[in-house]
Design a protein around this ligand. Structure first.
Ligand code: FRU
Length: 437
């Protein structure tokens, strides 16, 4: 039984949605196209887990059924209220459909509405009865774009509920919108926050939370990287100042990448059973490994803010699942293995063709030998300067390698293909390997 990573059950998945710990289970919904290994009319697939380690697929929860979501149920989030599960998402309706492929629109012409679905138990979803539109497609362009406003993340503030949405303003300026509500149904627009047009024209999948007393904003701005690579949309994190009453958010110049492997996108966070802020993200894959599925999620990470830096630690349940010490990767379970080492300047770890090197006070990875020649993607990756020491904890499975440096000071996650089973190390320190039971 494959554990650890949540993967597409078949066909295509992208963003994690509606991530929540509810009635003793973690619920993960996901952007799902059930007909092909490519993006198309979005559904919400559903999976549950007791421990974030092992996931059970539950089939489709949301599918297009209303005027406003007839062409897709885009990304969104979940909250619990009076025992019920509330899902918020973006419904799309094409204004110009491709006659040869009704699963995509032409010329970016679609309308986006914010919608809500209520479920009594998180297991049954009535797509005919329990869905409503809460914010119709925007009419007022001075608030935000009618097309590019999406991905509601809802949370409970001191007295009322808040929603943050990704948007585009004045045709070129990305940012976020804040709404508020007393009853979860009627939403009032409060404010906008963003940056200038050179930064990005649209911010996807915003997430806001308080962590260790600091306000954190995570967004996925389109075209953030200006070098023309396929992976130019990147997820980034800001330490912001947010004032609840006015929804004024001050966004600084500095940001961190969510992950320095540049493959993760559209992260979403939730509180775990112990109240930790945990998040996962979509690992974008240029092709399906075997032809029948594409898309997976990274290991859930616990966010911690220390001295103006956001750490992303391996979730303790994941680490605890790797208990069986092995000598060679070939002895590992299908869920992969975990490897640990202290790296000195110049040390190299080569995992079946994937290279991890310490150069100065940085970790560099190179996947060029295990990436099937996808030249339009990045091949080499590097952390910023590390603060102190260099310990790596690496999780390896056939299509994803996650390198946690100094317990999450930085993480490099890379999609890989056709990984070998040999492990070569040029490390002064011994390398230890563990797999799951
Ligand atoms: C991000 C995204 C979201 C959107 C969803 C559609 O990957 O573009 O903004 O809601 O995917 O599948």
């Amino acid at each position: 039984m494959q554990k650890i990573h949540l993967k597409a059950p078949d066909h295509w998945i992208n963003d994690p949605n509606g991530f929540i710990y509810y009635k003793g289970y973690y619920h993960m919904f996901y952007q799902y196209f059930p007909y092909d290994t490519r993006w198309g009319t979005m559904h919400w697939g559903h999976a549950v887990s007791r421990d974030l380690v092992q996931w059970e697929h539950k089939g489709i929860a949301l599918f297009p059924s209303k005027y406003d979501d007839r062409n897709g149920c885009f990304s969104g989030s979940a909250i619990e209220h009076e025992g019920k599960l509330y899902l918020y998402y973006t419904g799309t309706r094409y204004l110009e459909e491709n006659p040869e492929d009704i699963h995509v629109c032409l010329n970016d012409r679609f309308a986006a509405a914010q919608m809500m679905m209520v479920s009594e138990d998180g297991l049954h979803f009535d797509n005919w009865k329990d869905k409503i539109t809460v914010i119709p497609p925007l009419e007022d362009e001075s608030i935000g774009c009618r097309t590019h406003t999406r991905d509601p993340k809802v949370w409970r503030g001191k007295d009322v509920w808040y929603m943050i949405l990704g948007t585009r303003r004045e045709k070129t300026k990305g940012g976020v919108l804040f709404y508020r509500s007393r009853d979860l149904r009627n939403w009032e627009y409060v404010n906008f926050a963003g940056k200038d047009e050179e930064f990005s024209w649209m911010w996807e999948c915003p997430d806001y939370f308080v962590c260790d007393g600091r306000d954190v904003l995570i967004v996925s701005p389109i075209d953030l990287m200006k070098d023309g690579k396929t992976d130019r949309n990147q997820a980034i994190c800001f330490l912001v100042d947010f004032e609840e009453e006015t929804c004024r958010m001050q966004i600084p110049e500095e940001y961190q990448f969510l992950d320095y492997g540049m493959d993760l996108y559209a992260p979403q966070s939730a509180l775990d059973a112990e109240g930790r802020r945990v998040l996962t993200a979509w690992a974008r894959m240029p092709e399906s490994p075997s032809g029948d599925w594409i898309g997976m999620y990274c290991i859930p990470r616990v966010a911690e803010v220390k001295e103006n830096h956001i750490y992303f630690h391996v979730h303790p349940n994941i680490r605890a699942a790797f208990t069986r010490r092995i000598e060679r990767p070939a002895e590992a379970d299908v869920s992969g293995y975990r490897l640990e080492a202290n790296m000195q300047e110049g040390d190299v770890i080569c995992i079946g063709g994937y290279e991890i090197v310490r150069i100065g006070n940085r970790i560099r990875t190179d996947r060029s030998r295990v990436f099937r020649n996808h030249q339009d993607y990045r091949m080499q990756f590097e952390t910023p300067e590390l603060m102190d020491g260099c310990h790596v904890e690496v999780y390896v499975e056939p299509n994803l390698i996650e390198v946690f440096v100094n317990d999450g000071e930085y993480v490099i996650t890379n999609v890989v293909y056709d990984l070998g089973t040999e492990l070569q190390t040029e490390c002064e320190d011994a390398v230890k390997i563990y797999t799951v039971e």
